[in-house]
Design a protein around this ligand. Structure first.
Ligand code: NAP
Length: 285
C-alpha cells in the first residue's frame, strides 16, 4: 500500500516558515509584496488567483491584484509590467497563465524584471537553474522536490523518470532532479516504449495533463509516484494523470489529486516572494 504524501500538510509547513520570515522582515521595515496579474475571464485562472491571494493573506505577504479585460493589448500589459518592475512595494510579479489569444505570453514573461520573477519563468532564471546557481526555483517542480524529500527517499543515484517536457513543469523538474544527483529520463509524446521506461523508475513524476494516463503496468513496485496532472475525469471530478486506485498498492509513496502537488505550488510561490523581498533589500537567503 502506497503511503500517501500529504501535500496539504507539507505545504502548511512551508507556508508557516514563510510567515515566520515575513514577520522577521516586517520587523526590519520590509513588507514582502506580490502583484498578481490576471487577464480575461478564464474561470480556472480566477480560482488560482484567488487561492494565491488567500495564501498571501495567510502568510502576511502584501498583495495587489490587477484584473484586466480580455481585450487588453500587448502594449497595455507591457506598460503594467514596466510599472510593477519599478514599484518599490512589489517584490514579486506573477502573470497568471494562460493569457487570452493574441497576447504574447513569452514576451510578457521576458518583460518581468528577473529579480521579481517569482515563477522563475524568465530566460535569465531558467538559465540560472540550468547552471545550478539559482535564487528562485519554479514553484511546481520545487514543490515536487519538497514532497519527495518528505518521504525520506533519497533522490541521489535513483532512476527518475519525468513524463512531460513543458517549460513550466517537465524540463525544470528534470533539471532539479538532476541537481539532486538523480539519473533522469525525460519522456514526451514521441517517446517510444514509454511504459517500459516508466517501469524502471524509482521516482516517477507525471506532468502530462491526461486522466488515467499512468497505469499500474507502468509503475515499478516500491516507486515514489508524483502526480502533477490536474484534469477532469469523465464525471467532471478533479483528478491527476495517475490511475490512483490501481497504482497506489504498487507505489511506496504517492501523491493524491487534489491535495498533493497543487498546494505545494502556492506554498513555493510564497517562499519565492519572501526570497525576492530579501534579495531586493540586500539580505542573503
Ligand atoms: P503541457 O505544456 O501540455 O505539457 C504536457 C507534456 O506531456 C508535453 O511535454 C507532452 O509531450 C507530454 N505528453 C502528452 N501526451 C503524451 C503521451 N501520450 N506520452 C508521453 N508524453 C505526453 O502541460 P504542463 O503545463 O506541463 O502541465 C501538465 C499537467 O500538469 C497539466 O495537467 C497541468 O494542469 C498540470 N499542472 C499542475 C500544476 C500544479 O500546481 N499541480 C502546475 C502546473 C501544471 P510533447 O512535448 O511531445 O507534446
Amino acid at each position: 500500500m502506497g503511503k500517501l504524501i500529504d501535500g496539504k500538510e507539507i505545504s502548511a509547513k512551508v507556508k508557516a516558515q514563510a510567515a515566520k520570515e515575513a514577520e522577521e522582515l516586517k520587523k526590519q521595515g520590509i513588507c514582502p509584496g506580490l502583484a498578481v496579474v490576471i487577464v480575461g475571464d478564464d474561470p480556472a485562472s480566477r480560482i488560482y488567483v484567488n487561492n494565491k491571494k488567500k495564501a498571501c493573506e495567510a502568510v502576511g505577504v502584501y498583495s495587489e491584484e490587477y484584473a484586466l479585460g480580455k481585450e487588453t493589448s500587448q502594449e497595455e500589459l507591457l506598460t503594467l509590467i514596466d510599472k510593477l518592475n519599478h514599484k518599490k512595494d512589489i517584490h514579486g510579479i506573477l502573470v497568471q497563465s494562460p493569457l487570452p489569444k493574441g497576447l504574447d505570453e513569452s514576451a510578457v514573461v521576458e518583460a518581468i524584471d528577473p529579480k521579481k520573477d517569482v515563477d522563475a519563468f524568465h530566460a535569465y532564471n531558467v538559465g540560472k537553474i540550468m547552471i545550478g546557481d539559482y535564487k528562485f526555483l519554479p514553484c511546481t517542480p520545487a514543490g515536487v522536490i519538497e514532497l519527495i524529500h518528505s518521504t525520506g527517499v533519497e533522490i541521489e543515484g535513483k532512476n527518475c523518470v519525468v513524463i512531460g517536457r513543458s517549460n513550466i513543469v517537465g524540463k525544470p523538474m528534470a533539471m532539479l532532479l538532476l541537481h539532486q544527483n538523480g539519473t533522469v529520463t525525460i519522456c514526451h509524446s514521441r517517446t517510444k516504449g514509454l511504459a517500459e521506461i516508466c517501469k524502471r523508475a524509482d521516482i516517477l513524476v507525471s506532468a502530462v495533463g491526461r486522466a488515467h494516463f499512468v497505469t499500474a503496468d507502468m509503475v515499478k513496485e516500491g516507486a515514489v509516484v508524483i502526480d502533477v496532472g490536474m484534469n477532469r475525469d469523465e464525471n467532471g471530478k478533479l483528478c491527476g494523470d495517475v490511475d490512483f486506485a490501481a497504482v497506489e498498492p504498487i507505489a511506496s509513496h504517492i501523491t493524491p489529486v487534489p491535495g498533493g502537488v497543487g498546494p505545494m505550488t502556492i506554498a513555493m510561490l510564497m517562499k519565492n516572494t519572501i526570497s525576492a523581498a530579501k534579495l531586493q533589500n540586500g539580505i542573503a537567503l
